[in-house]
Ligand binder design. Structure first.
Ligand SMILES: NC(=O)C1=CN([C@@H]2O[C@H](COP(=O)(O)OP(=O)(O)OC[C@H]3O[C@@H](n4cnc5c(N)ncnc54)[C@H](O)[C@@H]3O)[C@@H](O)[C@H]2O)C=CC1
Ligand SMILES: N[C@@H](CC=O)C(=O)O
Length: 803
């Protein structure tokens, strides 16, 4: 039996702040989750703060706490009323009233720590209960689980989950639920070994999500919040800050270690000891991009992020000259979980300087003082410093990036500059100053440099060759427009190909082709180690077997552009697997060229849907080859001769029987129906083939030699149509009731589908907004130029999105 590929989704309070947020979360789960996934939730909105307020204000005979509690309970009643209907609304409201009574009872002991945690735990329970009911109401079967039933941790300010103790409990709990459910789990809360409720401390919800993912052996965790991910600098301070699609785990750890608030070090810790991938994404703008935290390193080394802290404090310790003491102090601080942001040992004056956030300063000073007085060293602490850091794999060894950093700081009164561990950061501590101008200057110098994009091309036939010509012509303009370097890193045909990460010349590559057979495992291994900021594969083959590698390509973090229609029209399960794999790994899959070549058909459907329209019917002529053939076929030339000409012009598929059998049109109809939001399968499309049985199994060469076997049936069909004053056209139709067919129809000559230029495609889209008068898109739908143009247009889209 295959193991469930479980995903964990975590939603924080800001993603669950009101009814529309909850609804948005359900929409996200409808789109991005599957049965069996775990959904970890925080308390809605500011619920935890309000519960703390209730606890802090509680005094017997004082009504302030009661008023805060009353307004909090009303807010939750309103959420229930706005979101749920019928029995489930009634049931949840009743439970909420019972909880109110329970909290009121608990408040009489509000000063006891376990009771405080018990009261706080209601927020997450309300959230899980409500989201689970809402999912059920939206036909996404669900239940909810209280994480206190399995998470065990010793009580402390920042409790660390005991994996060994929690795992069997978790397995027992999970076994009670069907894998067809989406299970909503409370974040942030656990029990200690006496069975008392505890909370997991600062950033405890994100931490519980990655910890639960480790317990569930999940393949992926997505933390949904109100930001799209990690940026090259704080976007509130640097307007040009760019969202990083990928970040190595080591880089993320270093970033959080030096105090960046975007991701806490605790949440990353379970990643290092489990198989899960982590993605950060915005629940408000999920399509805007995401940051994927990669366990393995990828791309070139150097700076990725410029980070600042406005308020930093220093503790200076003067030693008696023994470096051994420094190591023993640092070790001691690590044991006390009070490791400094950075430190510098000044051998000239026997001084050690430790930098801390102001939050930790007093605690650190106390601990350092205790240690120092035992050794009779003197300690001084001072506030009034700031921190500027560069984070990125190998950044302190990167001549250009570290050079820029030191050059910028040469003009500043710096307290000290220090390298972070494993060359992963460069950190400067400065007397407190306004950091924004420095931050912007450094960001500009480092990141406004061109990004390097590698391109790996599959297919060097009609479309591939034409695209290489177009790419050679357009490359400089594209590089200039988006501040990029586009490197053609490989070209493959059926017989093999070449890879060169230094770059191939698109005008020469096909002449100097030293082809070597493709060994896919080797190629994928090589691609995993590419040196580019982003890598894009372009599939211009008609190979079904290549399409099977798409999920793997996605897992490598590559982006993909396809003219190949196989994956888009594969069975629904595989199609969704490919979509999911790209979504999970922060990649983009564009396949504009698969239908209508360069016509803006998919983008129009997507624009309508994004704006709130519903597509109800799509019909038209979707094959350039069949359009050309039936427009020309008037009896003056045999059908077979015309087919031969279409093949010579590069209109047909590599095997023209793909066109004549209607399968190519069937694939396009399937791709469009899915794009329009319908889960259609090929077997649901009625298909009329024009290929006689006698030609079906021949090799392409033999088929092309026996084309005249097509003529008799085609002549007869033409005569029948002409006798009724009608013309023949090969039409595709699909509607919202799931009726779908492709085949020859006899149409009056005045019909809009009857009078096209040869080779034109026409797409008529009926929707809620385009009812009486459909939206019509018409123009050349096959051929080398327009199809290569469609690939180039997808490449431009990717360049726009990735820079
Ligand atoms: N011709 C047209 O107007 C349009 C074509 N398309 C699609 O574009 C793709 C390419 O079409 P054409 O260039 O006309 O075909 P083609 O037959 O001229 O070229 C296909 C290329 O793919 C290569 N190839 C096949 N299997 C391979 C494999 N396993 N590994 C690596 N390379 C492999 C072949 O060696 C050849 O270089 C097809 O999927 C087609 O459906 C899409 C829209 C319009
Ligand atoms: N053979 C196809 C090519 C484009 O997809 C057609 O004729 O439309």
């Amino acid at each position: 039996m295959s193991k469930i590929q479980r995903h964990v989704h975590k939603f924080g309070g800001s993603s669950l702040a009101d009814a529309s947020c909850f609804q948005r979360v359900v929409d996200i789960l409808g789109k991005y989750s599957q049965a069996g996934d775990l959904i970890v939730v925080s308390a809605p909105g500011k619920t935890t703060n309000r519960l703390l307020e209730v606890l802090d204000r509680y005094e017997p005979l004082n009504s302030a706490a009661a008023r805060v509690l009353e307004s909090l309970i009303s807010y939750h009643h309103e959420l229930i009323a706005e979101l749920l209907t019928g029995q489930s609304a009634k049931h949840l409201s009743e439970m909420l009233e019972q909880d109110k009574l329970a909290i009121t009872r608990l408040l009489t002991q509000a000063c006891e720590l376990p009771i405080r945690h018990e009261v706080l735990s209601f927020g997450e329970r309300w959230s899980a209960r409500l989201l689970s009911s809402l999912l059920n109401q939206s036909e996404l079967a669900s239940d909810w689980l209280d994480s206190r039933d399995f998470l065990r941790a010793p009580a402390s300010a920042q409790p660390q989950v005991d994996f060994q103790a929690s795992q069997p409990l978790f397995a027992q709990q999970l076994a009670q639920y069907s894998s067809t459910l989406r299970l909503v789990v409370t974040g942030f809360i656990a029990r200690d070994f006496d069975g008392q409720t505890i909370t997991l401390g600062r950033n405890g919800s994100d931490y519980s999500a990655t910890e639960i993912a480790a317990l569930a052996d999940a393949v992926h965790t997505t933390i949904w919040s109100d930001v799209a991910g990690i940026y090259s600098a704080d976007p509130r301070k640097v307007r040009e800050a760019k969202l990083l699609n990928k970040l190595a785990l080591t880089e993320a750890c270093e970033l959080s270690r030096i105090g960046a608030s975007v991701l806490h070090a605790r949440s990353l810790e379970p990643l290092a000891r489990s198989a899960q991938q982590l993605t950060l994404r915005s629940s408000y703008t999920p399509e805007e991009g995401s940051t994927q935290i990669l366990r393995q390193t990828q791309g070139s080394s150097g700076a990725r992020i410029v980070s600042t802290l406005d308020e930093v404090c220093l503790i200076d310790i003067t030693f008696d000259g023994l470096p051994k003491s420094v190591q023993s102090l640092l070790h001691f601080l690590q044991q006390q979980q009070i490791t400094p942001l950075t430190w510098q040992q000044r051998r000239d004056c026997h001084m050690l300087r430790l930098a801390y956030t102001c939050e930790l300063f007093e605690q650190a000073r106390l601990i350092v003082n205790q240690w120092a007085s035992a050794h009779q060293f003197s300690v001084e602490g001072a506030r009034g410093y700031s921190l500027l850091a560069l984070v990125g794999r190998g950044v302190s060894e990167h001549a250009n990036h570290s050079g820029q950093f030191y050059r910028l700081l040469a003009r500043q009164p710096v307290a000290f500059i220090q390298q972070g561990p494993a060359h992963g950061s460069l950190i400067a501590v400065l007397p407190k100053t306004t950091l924004e101008p420095l931050l912007n200057e450094l960001h500009q110098a480092l990141f406004i440099q061109p990004r390097r994009m590698g391109l790996m091309v599959f297919g060097k036939g009609n479309i591939g060759q034409q695209w290489l010509r177009l790419f050679a012509h357009e490359r400089a303009e594209l590089e200039r427009r988006y501040n990029l370097r586009l490197v053609l890193a490989g070209v493959f045909g059926r017989d093999g190909g070449v890879v060169d990460f230094h770059g191939l010349d698109p005008t020469q590559v096909l002449h100097s082709f030293q082809s070597k057979p493709v060994v896919w495992s080797e190629l994928l291994e090589r691609l995993a180690e590419h040196p580019f900021d982003e890598m894009i594969a372009i599939d211009m083959t008609a190979s079904e077997s290549i399409s099977y590698y798409y999920p793997h390509v996605a897992r490598l973090g590559l982006h993909l552009i396809s003219a190949n229609k196989y994956a888009g029209s594969a069975d629904g399960a595989f199609y969704r697997q490919v979509q999911q794999a790209f979504a999970d790994h922060g990649g983009r899959w564009l396949y504009n060229a698969t239908v209508g070549a360069g016509l803006p058909i998919q983008s129009s459907i997507n624009m309508l849907r994004d704006a709130g329209d519903h597509i109800q019917e799509i019909s038209g002529i979707f094959s350039g080859t069949l359009s050309w053939l039936f427009q020309q076929f008037d009896g003056s030339q045999p059908f077979s001769q015309l087919l031969n000409q279409a093949w010579q012009q590069g209109l047909t598929e590599p095997d023209p029987r793909e066109d004549l059998s209607g399968q190519d049109v069937q694939r396009k109809l399937l791709i469009l129906a899915r794009e329009a939001g319908y889960a259609l399968e090929a077997r649901q499309i009625e298909l009329q083939s024009l290929v006689p049985a006698s030609l079906a199994l021949l090799s392409i060469t033999d088929f092309m030699m026996h084309l005249n076997a097509l003529d008799e049936a085609m002549n007869q069909a033409l005569q029948t149509a002409q006798q009724q004053g009608l013309v023949l056209r090969y039409i595709a139709r699909f509607n919202a009731n799931g009726q779908a067919k492709v085949g020859v129809e006899m149409l009056p000559i005045e019909h809009p589908f009857a009078n096209l230029c040869p080779c034109d495609n026409v797409f008529a889209i009926r929707s809620e907004w385009y009812q009486q008068n459909p939206l019509v898109i018409q123009g050349p739908g096959a051929g080398r130029e327009v199809t290569a143009g469609a690939i180039q247009s997808d490449l431009v889209t990717l360049c726009q999105r990735l820079t």
